[in-house]
Structure formats: C-alpha cells, structure tokens
Design a protein around this ligand. Sequence first.
Ligand code: SAM
Length: 284
Amino acid sequence: MELWYTEQHTPFVGFSIKVERQLYSEKSKFQRIDIFESKEFGRFLTLDGLMMVTQKDEFIYHDMIVHVAMATNPSVKNVLVIGAGDGGTVRELTRYNTISNIDMVEIDEQVVNVCKRYLPQTACGFDDKRVNLYFEDGLKFVRSKCGEYDLIIVDSTDPFGPGEGLFTKEFYGNCHNALKDKGILVNQHESPYYEYNANAMKRAHRGIKSFFPICMVYQAHIPTYPSGHWLFGIASKQLDPIKDANLDAWEKLNLNTKYYNTKLHKGCFALPTYVIDMLKEKAE
Ligand code: SAM
C-alpha cells in the first residue's frame, strides 16, 4: 500500500508527495497539525492540510523572508515576528549579532511544541536569550504598539482561519503605527499564479499600499507552494529596498546563505509582466 499527501492547489490541480510515515496528527484549538516524513522533501509540517515547511526547501522561504529586509537596513535592532511557529524565521534572525530583541507572536503554542519535537532544523532558535515568545493573536498584539519596531515580519498561514485577520487593512495600519520611522514590514504575499492565491496577493498589496509610501513585491521559487512561484511584500515609510539597500554592509557580516545573495537582492524585484499588471488590479 502506498501513502500519499495531496494538497489541492485548485479544485482541478493536486500536488502530491509520497509519504513514508505520518509522525504526528492532532487538532489544536486553532487548526489540524500534521507532520509527515518523505524521501523527497524530508519531514514536513502541514496545517489544516496545507503545506507550511519541508526540510528540503524551507531555506528558500526563510532566507527570503529575512535577509532582503536585513540587507536593506543592517542596523535593525528590535524585531516583531508574527506567526512563524516552525521557527525558521527566528533561526535566521538570531544569526545577526546586531539584533538585540525579537518578539514572536504565534497564536498556536502547539505548533511551536510540535516543531521543537519533530522539526529541530527550523525550531532551533527559540532558546536564544533575545527571543520573547507570546502565544496570542498577532492582530490583537500589534494594536497597542506604537513606534517600537525596526522590522515586522508577518510569516502567516493563508488568509482564512486564524490567519485571516493578518491580511486586513486594520492589521496593516497597526503595523504602520508599530514601526519606527525607518521601519520595514515584510509579509508572505501569496502567489500570483492560481486565482485563489492571486486574489489574496492583490488584496494584501492594496491594503499595504494604502499605508506605506514604499510598497514593493519580490519573488522566489518555492517548489512545495502552489505553482512554486511565491511572492513576498516589503513596505516601508522611508527605505527603498533597492535604492537604500546597504549590500556592502550585509556582505561584511559574512553570513552563509544558501538561496539569498546580494545579486539576487536586486534581481528578485524584477517581476514578470503579468504580475506587475495584477498588482495594479483590484482583488475580486
Ligand atoms: N511558511 C509558512 C507558509 O507560508 O506556508 C507559514 C509558516 S508558520 C507555520 C504560520 C503560522 O502562523 C502558524 O503556525 C499559525 O498558527 C500562525 N498564525 C496564523 N494566524 C495567526 C495569528 N492571527 N496570529 C499569530 N499567529 C498566527
């Protein structure tokens, strides 16, 4: 008998990985959490049946959600991370000695505990002294913050269930308030390819653009996400991630990265024409 994990990327398209065994499956207060083991992608975490991270390709997502902003402003000191229960984003941030504080707000403590047990590759930075974990809704957490953070990273699930509020105008407005004058907001920005993800992408872009004068989108190739073509948003009150990037300072940090590099820093903002056009459109 063969066991396969299949995720419906659209009602007519399925993405499947052959599973060697299922290591964990439980319903938390917020979502169903599963961990599988596979030959091709190693262990992987799914939430409500949707792919979150695999051991084989997580480096792409985590490099791109952290290092583009850090090379834009290598002086970042105080960081807020929302979601990110697998720990990969915090792992990358803790590599910067220049960062003095990382607040991480994850709604579901069970995701963190499961990842610590089954995915130590990503969940290895939580014990760093600079990391403060809050188990609450990121939407509520950010409401009371004003001018505190240099960088906010929104590493959330898709815009339904617990992640829905993290794609709203209210949330983006509160992130704007929570940031300092040179503050940067980075978010996972869905994919332009299939209609469902593309609508979420358009909504997110319009929402962020209504608060931030600088609002850009960059891309990466992530094999296990719908269509493999994934986007990230970067927005700021003052810093342009291309013109103001301090790539020499970032190079001097001598960080080893498997996906991100300073040539890619500029290249990842060169979007295909259909994506540029979509970003100008209204979401349905
Ligand atoms: N890399 C992943 C992706 O894009 O597929 C996301 C990884 S991470 C596991 C997403 C986390 O966001 C989940 O652990 C989920 O519990 C958390 N999350 C969802 N909604 C949230 C909210 N409102 N506040 C804080 N965390 C939230």
